[in-house]
Ligand binder design. Sequence first.
Ligand code: NAD
Length: 477
Amino acid sequence: MPTILIDGQWRSAVNGQTIAVLNPCDGKPFTTIDRGTQADIDLAVEAAQRALDGAWGRMTATERGRIMIRFGELILKHAEEIAQIEARDTGKPMTVARNDIIAVARYFEFYGGAADKVHGQQIPYMNGYNVQVVRVPHGVTAHIIPWNYPAQMFGRTLAPALAMGNAAVLKPSEDACLSGLRLAELAMEAGLPPGALNVVTGYGHEAGAALTAHTGINFATFTGSPEVGVMVQESTAKNSVPCVLELGGKSPQIVFNDADLDKALPIIVKAITQNAGQTCSAGSRLLVQKDIYEKFTGMVAEAFKKVKVGAPEMDLDCGPIVNKKQFERVNGFIEESIATGVPLLARGALAEGLSKDGYYVAPALFGAVPRDHKLACKEVFGPVLAAMPFDDEEDAVRLANATEFGLVSGVWTENGGRQQRMAQRLHTGQVFINCYGAGGGVELPFGGMKRSGHGREKGFLALEEMSTTKTVVLHHG
Ligand code: NAD
């Protein structure tokens, strides 16, 4: 089946080429996707522009919202089928895949309901004038998403864009895009007019680069690596096109000596092992106050040993890593940390009977990681937790803010004043206190500071990002 959607029609790539899709559980190909390039992107951008000039552009916000809510209902109706596709493509455990699909439906419910609740302003001006500030769509929006939560990212990026009346071109990841294709089919079934959503599968350096450099787009949003994020920003800047970037993190879990350790433990372990650590907001640094450091890292080590890794249908704590490149990258971090003398405190366990060609990694907990070590600063994007002791509140803030990233932080303390001070001083887009919210929460604005990127997704702020304003001045005398 062709995997490129343009103008409501599924088609093969203009060049006729395809890309093999590999199963992360055994490394074997099981299907193909079309290898879209510049020619396909040109057609997709033209189709999006036609949609804006046609039925989609003329639709009221209420009508757009209704289609999106219908789409959300269809997602729920087909949730099990889409979850199976997602688990096969990414290797994630079935429970995680199922939750992801519920979250996608939630994006369309939330933004479908919000579509007609975004109001403009009326500004008092000179006598004889009526001034309105109206919110309008950017126009053609470009969406580049990664492979770690392909279905959720589909909802996160497209739902607010469509709610605001943009026409979208999506370039999903070549490493995992199958759930997005089924979702796009359901969007058509829900009544989305042709061209309002176009999907071009293909490689990042081909279809992705062609999309962000296209003179026909008016806005771009990207989630992925910091390196590619910079390329996207450079590319869109050449055409003065605004962009939102979400580029991952090295998020700290900061545990003070007055914390409820039993409450913190399972949440901290899950925040780095969920989705095999392939989560931008994974809590990948464990900063523990000196006097409880041995005790708490011991508790985390015991919990790590119980973390089980297996194939999606086994439905354990972790699945495999998504592809060979990432598998080697994650193992590289683990091997280099061991080789440079960082103490390995615990590892999780692989289930029996897994294919030796699968990309399975047993989660690893390292202790006393030197503050300047690569493991303390760089994003692994795998189930690897770096524990470090700190002295006091001042030292905790210094250490927490010491990476180039600024996505999420978790603070564990019962001291109310300290909760407030930490929330103020941490340079991250999200601060969770005595909880940790990797991923969830459609209602909550999400995004980074520093090299984690800029702009906000989710919540009502996403509707502002996905639109611009027009000031209309009427002189009525
Ligand atoms: P990537 O940044 O290369 O890919 C993300 C998306 O960007 C994909 O759809 C890809 O096709 C596209 N892309 C690649 N090159 C492009 C270009 N020149 N122009 C436009 N689009 C392009 O990420 P990756 O190789 O899949 O993963 C590498 C690292 O990125 C990971 O180890 C991790 O650190 C990080 N990552 C972060 C997130 C996140 O949620 N923030 C998600 C996935 C990966």
